[in-house]
Write a protein that binds this ligand. Structure first.
Ligand code: SAM
Length: 278
Protein backbone atom coordinates (compact mmCIF):
# COMPACT_ATOMS: atom_id res chain seq x y z
CA UNK A 1 0.00 0.00 0.00
CA UNK A 2 1.44 3.39 -0.98
CA UNK A 3 2.14 5.89 1.78
CA UNK A 4 -0.51 8.56 2.27
CA UNK A 5 -4.10 9.27 3.13
CA UNK A 6 -7.00 7.57 1.32
CA UNK A 7 -10.36 9.36 1.52
CA UNK A 8 -12.79 6.46 1.22
CA UNK A 9 -16.51 6.84 0.48
CA UNK A 10 -18.77 4.30 2.22
CA UNK A 11 -22.47 3.39 1.70
CA UNK A 12 -25.30 5.81 2.56
CA UNK A 13 -27.64 2.91 3.31
CA UNK A 14 -27.20 -0.05 1.01
CA UNK A 15 -24.06 -1.96 2.04
CA UNK A 16 -23.64 -3.28 -1.52
CA UNK A 17 -22.59 0.24 -2.52
CA UNK A 18 -19.11 -0.12 -1.03
CA UNK A 19 -16.83 -0.33 -4.08
CA UNK A 20 -14.41 -3.19 -4.65
CA UNK A 21 -11.58 -0.64 -4.54
CA UNK A 22 -12.81 0.71 -1.21
CA UNK A 23 -12.81 -2.85 0.24
CA UNK A 24 -9.29 -3.37 -1.04
CA UNK A 25 -8.00 -0.10 0.43
CA UNK A 26 -9.78 -0.58 3.78
CA UNK A 27 -8.26 -4.05 4.01
CA UNK A 28 -4.71 -2.94 3.16
CA UNK A 29 -4.12 0.34 5.03
CA UNK A 30 -2.35 0.21 8.42
CA UNK A 31 -4.96 2.44 10.09
CA UNK A 32 -8.50 3.59 9.46
CA UNK A 33 -9.43 7.00 10.88
CA UNK A 34 -13.19 6.77 11.47
CA UNK A 35 -15.82 9.24 12.65
CA UNK A 36 -17.42 6.52 14.80
CA UNK A 37 -15.27 3.43 15.25
CA UNK A 38 -18.19 1.19 16.33
CA UNK A 39 -20.18 2.12 13.22
CA UNK A 40 -17.19 1.47 10.93
CA UNK A 41 -16.42 -1.77 12.77
CA UNK A 42 -19.78 -3.15 11.58
CA UNK A 43 -18.95 -2.20 7.97
CA UNK A 44 -15.56 -3.91 8.26
CA UNK A 45 -17.11 -7.05 9.76
CA UNK A 46 -19.69 -7.18 6.98
CA UNK A 47 -16.80 -7.26 4.50
CA UNK A 48 -14.66 -9.70 6.48
CA UNK A 49 -12.05 -7.06 7.32
CA UNK A 50 -10.24 -6.54 10.63
CA UNK A 51 -8.18 -3.37 10.13
CA UNK A 52 -7.14 -1.16 13.05
CA UNK A 53 -9.49 1.74 13.77
CA UNK A 54 -8.72 5.14 15.31
CA UNK A 55 -11.42 7.67 16.20
CA UNK A 56 -11.03 10.89 14.24
CA UNK A 57 -13.19 13.99 14.08
CA UNK A 58 -12.34 17.55 13.03
CA UNK A 59 -12.77 18.49 16.69
CA UNK A 60 -10.55 15.66 17.91
CA UNK A 61 -7.60 16.51 20.09
CA UNK A 62 -4.81 18.02 17.92
CA UNK A 63 -2.60 15.13 19.06
CA UNK A 64 -4.78 12.65 17.12
CA UNK A 65 -4.24 14.61 13.91
CA UNK A 66 -0.53 14.84 14.67
CA UNK A 67 -0.32 11.08 15.29
CA UNK A 68 -2.01 10.31 12.00
CA UNK A 69 0.35 12.67 10.14
CA UNK A 70 3.38 11.15 11.88
CA UNK A 71 2.17 7.69 10.96
CA UNK A 72 2.04 8.72 7.28
CA UNK A 73 5.43 10.43 7.57
CA UNK A 74 6.84 7.06 8.75
CA UNK A 75 5.74 5.45 5.45
CA UNK A 76 2.33 4.52 6.81
CA UNK A 77 -1.03 4.46 5.08
CA UNK A 78 -4.27 5.76 6.57
CA UNK A 79 -7.84 5.56 5.28
CA UNK A 80 -10.34 8.21 6.31
CA UNK A 81 -14.00 7.18 6.53
CA UNK A 82 -17.12 8.72 8.03
CA UNK A 83 -20.39 7.10 9.07
CA UNK A 84 -21.92 7.36 5.61
CA UNK A 85 -21.05 8.65 2.18
CA UNK A 86 -18.08 10.75 1.15
CA UNK A 87 -15.87 12.15 3.93
CA UNK A 88 -15.64 15.98 4.11
CA UNK A 89 -19.09 16.41 2.48
CA UNK A 90 -20.89 17.79 5.57
CA UNK A 91 -18.59 15.39 7.41
CA UNK A 92 -15.17 15.41 9.15
CA UNK A 93 -11.85 15.30 7.34
CA UNK A 94 -11.05 18.83 6.15
CA UNK A 95 -8.30 19.46 8.70
CA UNK A 96 -6.74 16.05 8.19
CA UNK A 97 -6.66 16.33 4.37
CA UNK A 98 -5.01 19.76 4.55
CA UNK A 99 -2.51 18.67 7.20
CA UNK A 100 -1.43 15.62 5.17
CA UNK A 101 -1.12 17.67 1.97
CA UNK A 102 0.79 20.43 3.79
CA UNK A 103 3.21 17.82 5.08
CA UNK A 104 3.88 16.84 1.47
CA UNK A 105 2.11 13.48 1.34
CA UNK A 106 -0.43 12.13 -1.14
CA UNK A 107 -4.17 12.32 -0.52
CA UNK A 108 -6.05 9.87 -2.74
CA UNK A 109 -9.84 9.85 -3.17
CA UNK A 110 -11.60 6.49 -3.32
CA UNK A 111 -14.91 7.78 -4.73
CA UNK A 112 -18.31 6.33 -4.04
CA UNK A 113 -21.70 7.18 -2.50
CA UNK A 114 -22.68 10.75 -1.69
CA UNK A 115 -26.30 11.58 -0.79
CA UNK A 116 -26.18 14.96 -2.56
CA UNK A 117 -25.01 13.51 -5.87
CA UNK A 118 -27.25 10.44 -5.63
CA UNK A 119 -30.27 12.72 -5.03
CA UNK A 120 -29.29 15.09 -7.83
CA UNK A 121 -28.77 12.28 -10.32
CA UNK A 122 -32.33 11.00 -9.84
CA UNK A 123 -34.02 14.36 -9.17
CA UNK A 124 -35.07 15.35 -12.65
CA UNK A 125 -33.81 18.88 -11.94
CA UNK A 126 -31.17 20.62 -14.05
CA UNK A 127 -27.71 19.22 -13.36
CA UNK A 128 -25.61 21.47 -15.60
CA UNK A 129 -25.08 23.86 -12.69
CA UNK A 130 -25.71 23.08 -9.03
CA UNK A 131 -24.67 24.39 -5.63
CA UNK A 132 -24.26 22.26 -2.55
CA UNK A 133 -25.52 24.17 0.49
CA UNK A 134 -25.24 21.38 3.07
CA UNK A 135 -27.20 22.01 6.27
CA UNK A 136 -29.05 25.30 6.70
CA UNK A 137 -28.63 27.16 10.01
CA UNK A 138 -30.82 25.59 12.72
CA UNK A 139 -32.33 28.85 13.99
CA UNK A 140 -35.35 30.01 11.93
CA UNK A 141 -34.18 33.64 11.53
CA UNK A 142 -30.71 32.62 10.32
CA UNK A 143 -32.26 29.97 8.07
CA UNK A 144 -34.63 32.53 6.49
CA UNK A 145 -31.72 34.96 5.88
CA UNK A 146 -29.66 32.26 4.23
CA UNK A 147 -32.57 31.25 2.00
CA UNK A 148 -33.21 34.89 1.05
CA UNK A 149 -29.57 35.19 -0.05
CA UNK A 150 -30.17 32.21 -2.34
CA UNK A 151 -33.51 33.24 -3.82
CA UNK A 152 -32.02 34.45 -7.12
CA UNK A 153 -29.60 31.54 -7.51
CA UNK A 154 -30.02 30.19 -11.03
CA UNK A 155 -28.35 26.84 -10.33
CA UNK A 156 -30.09 23.85 -8.72
CA UNK A 157 -29.58 24.01 -4.94
CA UNK A 158 -28.93 20.96 -2.76
CA UNK A 159 -29.58 20.94 1.01
CA UNK A 160 -29.17 18.31 3.68
CA UNK A 161 -31.91 18.36 6.29
CA UNK A 162 -32.74 16.56 9.49
CA UNK A 163 -36.17 14.93 9.82
CA UNK A 164 -37.28 17.08 12.76
CA UNK A 165 -36.54 20.32 10.93
CA UNK A 166 -37.76 19.42 7.45
CA UNK A 167 -41.29 20.77 7.82
CA UNK A 168 -40.10 24.15 9.10
CA UNK A 169 -37.53 24.31 6.33
CA UNK A 170 -40.09 23.52 3.63
CA UNK A 171 -42.40 26.23 5.03
CA UNK A 172 -39.52 28.74 4.99
CA UNK A 173 -38.66 27.71 1.42
CA UNK A 174 -42.27 28.24 0.31
CA UNK A 175 -42.22 31.77 1.67
CA UNK A 176 -38.80 32.67 0.24
CA UNK A 177 -38.73 30.81 -3.11
CA UNK A 178 -42.50 30.86 -3.72
CA UNK A 179 -45.11 28.08 -3.52
CA UNK A 180 -44.70 27.12 -7.18
CA UNK A 181 -40.89 26.72 -7.26
CA UNK A 182 -40.10 23.17 -8.33
CA UNK A 183 -38.29 21.06 -5.75
CA UNK A 184 -37.34 17.47 -4.96
CA UNK A 185 -37.73 15.63 -1.67
CA UNK A 186 -35.26 12.71 -1.54
CA UNK A 187 -35.50 10.52 1.56
CA UNK A 188 -33.80 7.32 2.68
CA UNK A 189 -31.82 6.94 -0.54
CA UNK A 190 -30.65 3.40 -1.29
CA UNK A 191 -32.73 2.09 1.65
CA UNK A 192 -36.04 0.21 1.91
CA UNK A 193 -38.25 3.31 2.14
CA UNK A 194 -36.48 5.34 -0.52
CA UNK A 195 -38.71 8.22 -1.67
CA UNK A 196 -37.89 10.65 -4.47
CA UNK A 197 -40.64 13.13 -5.23
CA UNK A 198 -40.47 16.08 -7.61
CA UNK A 199 -43.25 18.65 -7.19
CA UNK A 200 -43.88 22.29 -6.29
CA UNK A 201 -42.61 23.39 -2.88
CA UNK A 202 -46.23 23.81 -1.78
CA UNK A 203 -47.09 20.19 -2.71
CA UNK A 204 -44.01 18.86 -0.96
CA UNK A 205 -44.88 20.86 2.13
CA UNK A 206 -48.40 19.33 2.09
CA UNK A 207 -47.00 15.83 1.57
CA UNK A 208 -44.67 16.11 4.56
CA UNK A 209 -47.38 17.74 6.70
CA UNK A 210 -49.92 15.01 5.99
CA UNK A 211 -47.65 11.95 6.16
CA UNK A 212 -45.58 11.78 9.33
CA UNK A 213 -43.55 8.90 7.84
CA UNK A 214 -41.97 11.48 5.54
CA UNK A 215 -40.49 13.11 8.63
CA UNK A 216 -38.39 10.04 9.40
CA UNK A 217 -34.95 9.02 8.20
CA UNK A 218 -32.44 10.98 6.17
CA UNK A 219 -33.41 13.72 3.75
CA UNK A 220 -31.97 15.72 0.88
CA UNK A 221 -33.94 18.71 -0.47
CA UNK A 222 -33.23 20.04 -3.93
CA UNK A 223 -34.60 23.32 -5.26
CA UNK A 224 -34.78 24.27 -8.92
CA UNK A 225 -32.78 27.39 -9.76
CA UNK A 226 -34.59 30.70 -10.19
CA UNK A 227 -35.89 31.07 -13.73
CA UNK A 228 -34.71 34.28 -15.36
CA UNK A 229 -37.80 36.19 -16.51
CA UNK A 230 -38.07 38.97 -19.07
CA UNK A 231 -37.74 41.40 -16.17
CA UNK A 232 -34.27 40.04 -15.41
CA UNK A 233 -33.09 40.83 -18.95
CA UNK A 234 -30.89 43.85 -18.48
CA UNK A 235 -31.18 46.92 -20.66
CA UNK A 236 -27.91 46.00 -22.40
CA UNK A 237 -29.14 42.51 -23.24
CA UNK A 238 -32.49 43.93 -24.41
CA UNK A 239 -30.87 46.39 -26.80
CA UNK A 240 -28.50 43.69 -28.08
CA UNK A 241 -31.50 41.42 -28.74
CA UNK A 242 -33.36 44.19 -30.55
CA UNK A 243 -30.37 45.16 -32.69
CA UNK A 244 -29.61 41.56 -33.70
CA UNK A 245 -33.30 40.92 -34.40
CA UNK A 246 -33.16 43.60 -37.09
CA UNK A 247 -30.75 41.34 -39.02
CA UNK A 248 -31.52 37.77 -37.94
CA UNK A 249 -34.51 35.52 -37.16
CA UNK A 250 -35.63 35.70 -33.49
CA UNK A 251 -34.75 32.04 -32.85
CA UNK A 252 -31.16 32.54 -33.99
CA UNK A 253 -30.83 35.72 -31.94
CA UNK A 254 -32.15 33.97 -28.83
CA UNK A 255 -29.76 31.04 -29.30
CA UNK A 256 -26.69 33.25 -29.83
CA UNK A 257 -27.44 35.57 -26.91
CA UNK A 258 -28.27 32.61 -24.65
CA UNK A 259 -24.91 31.09 -25.46
CA UNK A 260 -23.09 34.30 -24.53
CA UNK A 261 -25.05 35.38 -21.46
CA UNK A 262 -26.15 32.12 -19.83
CA UNK A 263 -29.76 33.36 -19.96
CA UNK A 264 -32.36 30.84 -21.07
CA UNK A 265 -33.01 30.72 -24.81
CA UNK A 266 -36.75 30.34 -24.27
CA UNK A 267 -36.91 33.46 -22.10
CA UNK A 268 -34.96 35.48 -24.66
CA UNK A 269 -37.15 34.23 -27.50
CA UNK A 270 -40.30 35.06 -25.58
CA UNK A 271 -38.92 38.51 -24.84
CA UNK A 272 -38.37 39.08 -28.58
CA UNK A 273 -41.89 37.83 -29.38
CA UNK A 274 -43.37 40.10 -26.74
CA UNK A 275 -41.52 43.08 -28.26
CA UNK A 276 -42.90 42.20 -31.66
CA UNK A 277 -46.48 41.95 -30.53
CA UNK A 278 -46.36 45.39 -28.92
N1 SAM B 1 -20.93 12.62 3.84
C1 SAM B 1 -22.32 12.29 3.58
C2 SAM B 1 -22.55 12.22 2.08
O1 SAM B 1 -21.59 12.03 1.33
O2 SAM B 1 -23.68 12.33 1.63
C3 SAM B 1 -23.26 13.23 4.29
C4 SAM B 1 -23.13 13.22 5.78
S1 SAM B 1 -24.19 14.33 6.60
C5 SAM B 1 -23.59 14.26 8.23
C6 SAM B 1 -25.67 13.41 6.78
C7 SAM B 1 -26.81 13.97 5.90
O3 SAM B 1 -26.68 13.48 4.58
C8 SAM B 1 -28.19 13.52 6.36
O4 SAM B 1 -28.72 14.36 7.38
C9 SAM B 1 -28.99 13.64 5.08
O5 SAM B 1 -29.35 14.98 4.84
C10 SAM B 1 -27.95 13.20 4.04
N2 SAM B 1 -28.03 11.75 3.81
C11 SAM B 1 -27.14 10.81 4.17
N3 SAM B 1 -27.58 9.59 3.80
C12 SAM B 1 -28.76 9.77 3.17
C13 SAM B 1 -29.71 8.89 2.55
N4 SAM B 1 -29.52 7.59 2.53
N5 SAM B 1 -30.81 9.45 2.02
C14 SAM B 1 -31.03 10.78 2.05
N6 SAM B 1 -30.17 11.65 2.62
C15 SAM B 1 -29.05 11.15 3.17
Amino acid sequence: MNTGLYVVATPIGNLQDLSARAVEVLGQVDLIAAEDTRHTQRLLQHNGLSSTLVAYHDHSDARVLQRLCEHIANNGSVALVTDAGTPLISDPGYRLVRAVQNAGFAVTPIPGPCAAIAALSASGLATDRFVFEGFLPAKPAARASRLAELSDTAATMIFYESPHRVLGTLAAMVSVFGAEREAVFARELTKTFETIKRASLQSLHSLVTQDSNQRKGEIVLLIAGAQPSSSTISRDVASLLERLAEELPAKTVAAVVAEHTGLRKKVLYEFLLSRKSL
